[in-house]
Design a protein around this ligand. Structure first.
Ligand SMILES: Nc1ncnc2c1ncn2[C@@H]1O[C@H](COP(=O)(O)OP(=O)(O)OP(=O)(O)O)[C@@H](O)[C@H]1O
Ligand SMILES: [Mg+2]
Length: 290
């Protein structure tokens, strides 16, 4: 527990839990796994940003870091100093769920259930993981599960309790091919959506990067959002501040629109193809006023 740090010292920082979210009457929340075929395409970034944007809209959200051994969702959220316990402690009854949850500082309806850094993915039993997610669904509107890279035990445990999946891919042939493979490995009945991350419009226009339309031809998944490749994402990650909480951020806006679509709203997607998407029109409008 506490990944080698003094539990007493960390306990003193206190794990605040939003009482009304945890003890609320039984909800029927939605568990969504954020997954990919290829590693490093933006699963953790997307989990943090979608979760923060959902919570900012007033939903109660629990983010589960299922990347046992490589915990980093806490860092992306800027909550690493407040992690005391992890979800294996909860499963093994070393602590209560309430003790393990870390409440976000900015959006009170957002909590994190951290992963263990010093344990193996095989330490988690699939049935126990399913029961944990089931329990969380009764307490939160959304349970977002950050899946580890790969398709072994960690993947199985991350997808087991999910009703929906968000498959993240970058516009690279290898990532799209791996995404296609992972869709085939999702349990039956899991509804999958797609996020295309790190798109670079200029490269797409020059024919040097796959376009959203080309990716769609291969994957044929309902598109939730297209997130541009922006240095601000890396900067925000290093600061532990999800871009989706920054009203002025372009990538933040892309994540907020994805969340609107996730909640069933008819929001136009900018595919950055240069044929009149939102930012194109905005740029043309600003240009026209000069
Ligand atoms: N839209 C983006 N623009 C720029 N950088 C990005 C974007 N999305 C993610 N990144 C950067 O890409 C790197 C990998 O992102 P992330 O850790 O979210 O991927 P992952 O799929 O969770 O990786 P893993 O498979 O190892 O768990 C990070 O440094 C992150 O800041
Ligand atoms: Mg990750």
């Amino acid at each position: 527990m506490a990944d080698g740090r003094s539990a007493a010292a960390l306990e003193a920082e206190s794990v605040e839990v939003r009482e009304d979210a945890v003890s609320a009457a039984q909800r029927e929340g939605t568990a969504i796994v954020i997954t990919s075929g290829k590693g490093g395409v933006g699963k953790t970034t997307s989990t943090a940003n979608l979760g923060a944007a959902l919570a900012a809209r007033g939903r109660s959200v629990c983010l589960v870091d299922a990347d046992v051994g490589l915990r980093n969702l806490d860092v992306v959220l800027g909550l690493e100093n407040r992690v005391v316990h992890h979800f294996l402690d909860v499963i093994e009854k070393a602590c209560s769920l309430e003790e393990a949850l870390v409440q976000d500082k900015r959006v009170p309806s957002l909590v994190l259930l951290p992963a263990a850094q010093t344990r193996e993915k095989d330490d988690v039993a699939t049935a126990e993981m399913a029961a944990l997610i089931e329990d969380l669904r009764k307490r939160y509107d959304y349970v977002l599960i950050d899946c580890p890279a790969g398709i072994e035990m960690g993947f199985k445990n991350a997808v087991v309790g999910a009703q929906r999946a968000i498959v993240v891919t970058t516009p690279e042939v290898s990532a799209v091919r791996d995404a296609d493979r992972v869709v085939g490995l999702l349990p039956k009945g899991v509804e999958a959506h797609l996020i295309v991350n790190r798109l670079r419009p200029q490269l797409v226009r020059r024919g040097k990067m796959l376009s959203v339309a080309q990716i769609d031809e291969i994957l044929r998944l309902p598109l939730l959002g297209v997130i541009p490749d922006e240095a601000e994402v890396v900067v925000a990650t290093n600061r532990g501040e999800p871009v989706s909480l920054n009203a002025a951020s372009r990538t933040g806006e892309a994540y907020r629109r994805a969340v609107s679509r996730l909640e069933g709203e008819q929001v136009e997607i900018d595919d950055y193809s240069g044929d009149g998407g939102f930012f194109e029109r905005l740029a043309a409008w600003i240009g026209g006023r000069r």
